[in-house]
Design a protein around this ligand. Sequence first.
Ligand code: SER
Length: 337
Amino acid sequence: MSGKQVLVTGACGEIGQVLVQELSKKGGYRIVTADMMSLPDSIKNLSAEHVQGDLVYKIKTFYDYDFDIIFHLAASLSSKAEIATEEAHRINVEGTMQLLMLAAYRSEKYKKAVKFLFPSSIAAYGMPSLEAKHSAGAVKEEDWDNPHTMYGCNKLYCEKLGTYYSKYYGQKHLDEKPPVMLDFRALRFPGLISAFTLPSGGTSDYGPEMLHAAAQGKPYSCFVRADTKISFMAMPDAIKSLLMIMDAPREKLTANVYNVAAFALTADEFRQRAVKAFSKARITFEPNPRRQGIVDSWPEDVDDSLARADWKWKPDYDVDRFFDDYFLPEIRKRYGK
Ligand code: SER
């Protein structure tokens, strides 16, 4: 098949599955997938080739491919990373470094910039206190970049590494023309919510877990306080933002790292929406101090005006549309409620 060759790592994850489906719908791509797991049925027939195993050990395989675009989604999320910190660093940083080196090598050798798309996170921020979190409101990319978690440190550092390979890598050739460098584009995602899959290992997971439990009439004990507020986004908007930034002309981009936002709400506002939609929902709050601390260090909301100005980003789903037009209809179909 002709078209652009794309690598999607972490293809079996929540973002990966929908991204592969949407790339395939868009057409014109040969999609190579990579993951620790074998492909789920949802994308089995959409991947031209699947490389199963640990990316760090499989990297040599990828030097045989001519990738135009890399979506590097594989990661160990924030709660899991806090339990197995060194392992998280290996997955989140070494895996990214290996792929960046591959993309840098190919860009330089074939004089064609490989596009490198990287999902970063609100975990890159670190608010020093609840007072600072409340008064800061929606934060800009360059502020409060003092993560409190291994995952956040990993994401922030990989943003810097990607930017380095994209802008400064040629410094070794001081007296020559700089080489063609890779084209690194990162999005700082809020908590993502899909109607089709559940996250695992993250700390914003209470949002989707609560809603999926309510839809099934199962009790849910929320691991953060009712007043906990962070920003969230519908999965289709996350995919839309990734495809938009993939297609954005480089000259329009004034940054390598962009916030993307949709709606911010408290855990109690989630509960109220869940109870209104599913009368059998039983939701209680039993904060886990460790996970509460992580979410307290994340901003209440993010300012995505740079993405809106540079590449016309705009989410399709505000909070009402998220519930009424996406989540509730899909989840009712899924659980038959
Ligand atoms: N959703 C992620 C997590 O909770 C944050 O990027 O770890």
